[in-house]
Design a protein around this ligand. Structure first.
Ligand SMILES: NC(=O)c1ccc[n+]([C@@H]2O[C@H](COP(=O)([O-])OP(=O)(O)OC[C@H]3O[C@@H](n4cnc5c(N)ncnc54)[C@H](OP(=O)(O)O)[C@@H]3O)[C@@H](O)[C@H]2O)c1
Length: 283
């Protein structure tokens, strides 16, 4: 099968490039320059030329703060552009795998979020992602949605890289302690996506046209996640916990742990713990 991946230079897109090499399928992993998902004609041309049968849409406007400031742009990429992928997927019977987020929830729940819990985003990024999910579910398209949590990699701009850079300066720095999630490596997501396609799991009746949570097992605050990074890298710097109210940033759900029971019982691919995956990435 020929598989098209959008957002090829992003955290997950970049990891997919590595795992795709060991797959029996042909992956076309294109960055924004080669494939802009807001450009219908460009997508159509690539789909026809390469006889694509699956699209993995990792392209997104993921900057939560900028999403609040540049609402139109964020909505265009995260929500409106999905119309293009849906239209083409329906016409050519392409399987559309889309990535969503724990930020569709408000964070008030004190237990891990189920796929069936009522979404209620508290920032604009979350709202655009929720609108996109709803649109895809109602589209009559062959789809699969994965809701992810706090995606990180050590090569791309994001939480892990920022902690590594600050910790290397050997000075004390502050990290929020009242935001709990399940940090998930981009690597583990790419590995899982390639595996569900290689093993044809995506075509199972129980899996297609469905939403699944996916994250690492466990949960941590950003502060404890930072401490783990410092520990595994054997760095000497000290990070200090603070409350998120000290930051004047855009609101984020303070608790966004995802319940993995549905993934574990239906998809059944091994999921690593937070610690295992951090060590695997850093060491
Ligand atoms: N990051 C997280 O913590 C997180 C958490 C939960 C869910 N997710 C979801 O997981 C998915 C992938 O996340 P990620 O962390 O890999 O994101 P990422 O690193 O920000 O990658 C997204 C990629 O999409 C590209 N892009 C932006 N606009 C585009 C367009 N119009 N056409 C084509 N490509 C475009 C970006 O390019 P430029 O950078 O050049 O704009 C970037 O390379 C997204 O759906 C995101 O919502 C992410």
């Amino acid at each position: 099968m020929n598989i098209l991946v959008t957002g090829g230079d992003g955290q997950i897109g970049s990891e997919l490039k590595k795992y795709a090499q060991s797959s029996k399928h042909q992956y076309y992993i294109l960055n924004k320059k080669k494939l802009n998902i807001t450009n219908f004609d460009q997508i159509l041309k690539i789909i026809l030329k390469n006889k694509i049968s699956i699209i993995i849409n990792t392209a997104a406007f993921t900057d939560v703060d900028k999403s609040e400031k540049y609402k139109k742009l964020s909505n265009n990429i995260n929500n409106v552009a999905l119309n293009n992928l849906i239209k083409i997927s329906k016409k050519f019977k392409i399987y559309l795998i889309h990535l969503s987020t724990d930020y569709i929830f408000n964070g008030k729940k004190k237990k891990p979020y189920l796929e069936t819990d009522k979404p209620s985003p508290i920032n604009y990024y979350g709202l655009t992602k929720l609108k996109a999910e709803k649109k895809l579910i109602n589209s009559n398209c062959l789809y699969l949605i994965f809701r992810l949590s706090s995606v990180y990699s050590k090569t791309h701009k994001g939480f892990m890289l920022s902690i590594i850079n600050q910790a290397k300066k050997n000075k004390k720095f502050y990290v929020i302690d009242d935001y709990i999630s399940s940090p998930t490596s981009a690597k583990s997501i790419a590995r899982m996506l390639v595996e569900i396609i290689d093993r044809k799991l995506i075509f199972s009746e129980k899996i297609k046209c469905n939403i699944f949570n996916f994250s690492q097992i466990g949960h941590v605050s950003k502060y404890h996640f930072a401490k783990k990074i410092i520990k595994y890298l054997d760095l000497k710097s000290k990070c200090i916990p603070i409350k998120k109210n000290n930051f004047r940033a855009v609101k984020r759900p303070s608790y966004s742990v995802l319940n993995l029971n549905k993934f574990k019982s239906i998809i059944k691919i091994k999921i690593n713990s937070i610690d295992y995956e951090i060590k695997n990435i850093l060491l």
